[in-house]
Design a protein around this ligand. Sequence first.
Ligand code: IPD
Ligand code: CA
Ligand code: CA
Length: 263
Amino acid sequence: MEKEQLIFIDDSVRAWLASLDDIIPALIDEMVTTTKKNRFDLVTNVDKTIQQRFQQFLTETFPEHQLFAEEKTNEEVHPHEGHVWIMDPIDGTANLVKQQEDYCIILGYFVDGVPMLSYIYDYPHGKLYKAVKGYGAYVNGAPLEKPESIELKDAVVSFNALVINANKMQELFDASFSHRFIGSCGLDSVRVINGQFGLHINTNPKPWDIAAQFLFASELGLKMTTLDNKPLDYATAGPFIISNPGCHEEMLDVLNSGAGYKK
Ligand code: IPD
Ligand code: CA
Ligand code: CA
């Protein structure tokens, strides 16, 4: 793809993201929450409206681009062909509902299976993280450095404690420096991207939870793999780790040793 075309798409999408600042406060004021699969699986008018608006933006601006997103069926989408946007309109919906903080919008743009642009918009903190294929990663336009190497013993590690068995949890606490979990796959990943956390693990992510992270990882020298240390397919997702290169292998060794991590 021509550089000019990529810049045009980036400018257009950033302008669209900025337009959300005008509508999110009112959407939150009149928030309507419903459940999906169970009482913990929430969706709100904020999620639905943001996704509808992005679909409308694509239809008007880039009509040949497909949208693969959480709050739709995606049956008609061919995720490895042509221009594809993968979107989580709100990642961390439970945080939005319970705390009005620690949620983000995730967007990953792929052309014939190659990640070209990525965005993680931390709206409550006014921070837009962006990665551009071949041109690095940025926060609010300022370049992000590649994080320095972190050994597991010095690393803050992030995972949902509810999905790891008690024995493995203790092993992970012993092997690392400490544990933190924000509850938004995008923002837990941002901590790794910023060099604050050593790693983030999600044992059951969907494509929209991890779509943007591929390009941040490749532009910043981070590791992003399955929990068996294999390549990940963005269209199917599944258990994943995004990690500082200094602790990736050791973490997977600890995680998979003995009886493993599953409950
Ligand atoms: C969830 C969050 C959470 C992660 C779940 C995701 P949602 O996304 O990222 O941190 O543990 O696996 O489903 O439902 O808020 O978009
Ligand atoms: Ca999500
Ligand atoms: Ca979501």
